[in-house]
Structure formats: C-alpha cells, structure tokens
Design a binder for this molecule. Structure first.
Ligand SMILES: O=C(O)CCC(=O)C(=O)O
Ligand SMILES: [Mn+2]
Length: 214
C-alpha cells in the first residue's frame, strides 16, 4: 500500500525513528514543556467534551475512557464501532488544538489535517485489546499516536490476528506512526506502568490518536 509517510521522515526532527513491527516510534519527540502545554490544551477539550466509557459491540464497558476533538469522534456501543459528528451528549466536538495539528503537520502532511483526534485516558488498570484501526475510508493516510503521562506497553503484530507480535514501552512525549504496511497492523496496550511519569498530577496516561476519516 502506498503510504503518505515517506522516507523524508526518517530521521524526523528530534532524532531517528525506531521501527517496531513496522510502526515508526519517535522517542521523546515532544519535550517536557510542550507536553505540559498539551495537557493544558486537553483540559479544555475535556471540559467541552467530557470523557465517557464506550461499550464494545459485545456489551462490555471499555476500560479506557475517551473523548475526541475535530470533525468526528470515534464511538462504540451495541450497534458497533463508528465515527459520530458530535459528542454522545449532543454537543459539538471541540476543535483539535493547534499544537496537536502541528505534530501532524511536521510528521505526516501539511496538506490534509486529521478529521479526528481521539483522546484516550488510561487509569493504571486500563488496557486496550489488540485491534486494527479500520473505520476510516482511506488507509493511505497513516494514524499518528501521541503518548502523555505514564508509560504503556504497546504491542504490535501483523495484519492478521494471531500472528507474532513485538512490544515497546511508549513514554511521555513519544509519537508513533502506523503507516504503509503497518497502517492495518493489529496493536493494543497491554498495561500501564503506574506512577512512571509526573506529567499528570493524578497519574494515568493520555493517548492522542489522529486519523483522517473521510
Ligand atoms: O493508546 C494507544 O497508544 C493506542 C490507542 C489506539 O490504538 C486506538 O485508540 O485505536
Ligand atoms: Mn488503534
């Protein structure tokens, strides 16, 4: 599959990417001051669009709480996984903060901005099972993921369920890109290492997942 992320990004500003199972990880791409500023931006997002706990189509509450910014938010309930144009409470999704768009612009494209910035909040006990991101229309656009707060063990496999996987700890300020052959890689979060970061006063991990949807 043709990818919109090209070799010009290796190495990216901030150092060379580490490639884990085809996923490009940029360790420490966001410096600590910028991480703190992002958290402030996200407080505004969460005030406008409070975190909620989606249900899986099987009727289980996900352990990750989430919300979104942008034209769409990702949502899940008994009816299935999908993007929705407003918060479940009926209010509009807030705009994606400029500092978040700047990361996309620098690492992916200045021509097309993401439609959705999913905000995942992981308490120490939260996890995300292995899955593919496949609710989008055009897989030539990569998925860009930002980690803030406590470290998380990210697992990535191939494009079929059940194959071999590799794992990497994602730390606060790391940016990971699932593009090209890894765009449809199975991936998930096995666990969060409590109190491994002081970025969030009450602990936990925030993941931002940016995607082109339409
Ligand atoms: O938390 C992460 O690093 C991954 C999140 C994710 O895969 C998703 O929201 O689809
Ligand atoms: Mn995902």
């Amino acid at each position: 599959m043709k990818s919109r992320v090209d070799s010009a990004l290796f190495p990216a500003p901030g150092g060379p990417a580490l490639v884990v199972g085809g996923v490009a990880v940029h360790p420490g791409y966001i410096d600590p001051a910028a991480q703190a500023a992002l958290v402030e931006d996200l407080r505004g997002v969460i005030r406008a669009a409070p975190l909620f706990s989606p249900m899986t189509p099987q009727g289980r509450a996900m352990s990750v709480r989430m919300t979104a910014a942008g034209r769409y938010g990702w949502f899940s309930d008994r009816t299935g996984y999908r993007y929705i144009p407003s918060h479940p409470a009926g209010t509009p999704w807030p705009p994606i903060p400029d500092a978040v768009l700047a990361i996309w612009r620098a690492l992916v494209s200045a021509e097309r901005m993401p439609d959705c910035c999913l905000v995942n909040f992981y308490a120490a006990s939260a996890r995300m099972g292995l899955h593919q991101d496949r609710d989008e229309a055009d897989f030539s656009w990569p998925v860009l993921s930002v980690s803030l707060g406590d470290e998380a063990l990210f697992r990535v496999g191939g494009t079929t369920r059940g194959g071999p996987t590799q794992s990497v700890w994602l730390r606060s300020g790391d940016v990971a890109i699932l593009g090209g052959a890894a765009r449809l890689a199975f991936h998930g979060i096995d666990r969060v290492r409590a109190a491994s970061s002081t970025l969030l006063p009450k602990g936990g991990r925030i993941n931002l997942t940016l995607r082109v949807v339409d």
